[in-house]
Design a protein around this ligand. Structure first.
Ligand code: NAD
Ligand code: DAU
Length: 333
């Protein structure tokens, strides 16, 4: 494989993946197809050699454009999506359009040109678990999405699976848990709380803060995706996770502690409607069949690095901060 098309490669996880690939596969040509939505800061791909990484500004729903780009590539890694649950509760249509119709356009082009396709998805397609449930999600857990966001991701997964079975699309899928790391938009939980504290304000916990997320450093997500792209079996789904279960209250307390503040100095705000209680990933299949291992197994250390990145990159997040908080204020969150 020498030429890869990365959709959504200017976003949080996509740009971290592009930087990772740039470092570990120096002979590969990377083309990023991205609509540069509100979720993107143009600095995300700054500093990369344009001979090796080219950015095409465009929409994955544009069939003629994706057809042309996919004809020219060896493989597609599909990250592009509307990604934020809270936004999907306010305005679901862009989620249906990008996540379902956009994925449809891409897989149509990939099957036409016989290209390798890797679909990026989320653990949220499985719904949620009880706090006391000893089970975790596995590749055979039934789909049961709760939100407009997760239901559109589930829809896109079903399309990819059907295209594999009906048309022989050379696709793999991965469903990952919550990512953290640099370049994540301030609307998301960890960057929101870190930047609130950096601005001298209190972090904001939805409800009682008992909801559990299974945190993974975004670089570990990148290494898992590359492993699946190179060694994964066509038609298979792989769950990606790093045993990082924490409830939201614990994460907020840790952020405050790392920043040298009183760990109880946070506020409770309105809960998210339909808020999933707990996600937890069993990534045995990926580890045992493809030999993948996460590198960031110490959450405190990974979180400290991430906090340091936000401290050092205020000009990156500041322009979006006030706009994002104004949206949250309207929701009482
Ligand atoms: P993000 O919102 O930061 O990035 C999404 C990217 O897609 C942006 O660059 C945006 O401009 C682009 N995009 C959106 N609509 C587009 C369109 N119509 N055409 C072209 N580009 C478009 O999201 P993220 O958190 O980086 O998530 C990336 C992918 O990973 C998504 O598919 C998401 O479902 C999945 N995922 C995210 C997480 C997480 O914790 N954030 C976990 C598991 C899976
Ligand atoms: O599980 C993977 C998913 O993780 C991805 O598919 C999504 O794209 C990604 O956004 C993320 O979804 P969540 O809804 O879990 O992430 P979010 O950062 O929005 O919230 C994480 C948890 O923190 C969730 O329980 C809600 C809570 N929360 C969030 C915000 C923004 C708060 O308590 N306070 C907040 O201010």
């Amino acid at each position: 494989m020498e030429k890869v098309l990365v959709t959504g490669g200017a976003g949080f996880i996509g740009s971290n993946f592009v930087r990772y690939l740039y470092r570990v596969r120096p002979n590969w040509q990377i083309t990023v197809l991205d609509a540069l939505t509100y979720a993107v800061n143009k600095e995300n791909l700054k500093g990369l050699d344009e001979q090796r990484v080219s950015l095409v500004l465009g929409n994955i729903c544009d069939q003629a454009l994706v057809d042309k780009l996919i004809a020219e590539t060896d493989a597609v890694v599909h990250f592009a999506a509307e990604s934020h649950n809270d936004n999907s509760l306010q305005s679901p249509w862009p989620f249906v359009e990008t996540n379902i119709i956009g994925t449809f356009r891409l897989i149509e082009a990939a099957r036409k040109h016989g290209k390798r396709f890797h679909h990026i998805s989320t653990d949220e397609v499985y719904g949620d678990l009880e706090l006391s449930d000893p089970q975790k999600f596995t590749e055979t857990t039934a789909y049961n999405p709760s939100s407009p966001y997760s239901s559109t991701k589930a829809g896109s997964d079903h399309l990819v699976r059907a295209w594999v079975r009906s048309f022989g699309l050379k696709a793999t899928l991965s469903n990952c848990s919550n990512n953290y790391g640099p370049y994540q938009h301030v609307e998301k939980f960890i960057p929101r709380q870190v930047t609130e504290v950096l601005l001298g304000r209190q972090p904001k916990l939805y409800g009682q803060g008992q909801n559990v997320r299974d945190w993974i450093h975004t670089e570990d997500h990148s290494s898992a995706v590359l492993t699946i792209l190179e060694k994964g079996k066509i038609g298979e789904t792989y769950l990606i996770g790093a045993n990082g279960e924490k409830n939201n209250k614990e994460v907020v307390e840790l952020i405050l502690e790392i920043l040298g503040k009183d760990s109880q100095d946070y506020e409770h705000v309105n809960d998210r409607p339909g808020h999933d209680l707990r996600y937890a990933i069993d990534s045995t299949k990926l580890r045992s069949e493809l030999g993948w291992q996460p590198k960031y197994t110490d959450f405190r250390a990974g979180l400290s690095d991430t906090i340091e990145w936000y401290k050092q990159n205020e000009t990156w997040w500041k322009p979006q901060k006030a706009i994002t908080e104004a949206k949250y204020q309207e929701l009482g969150r």
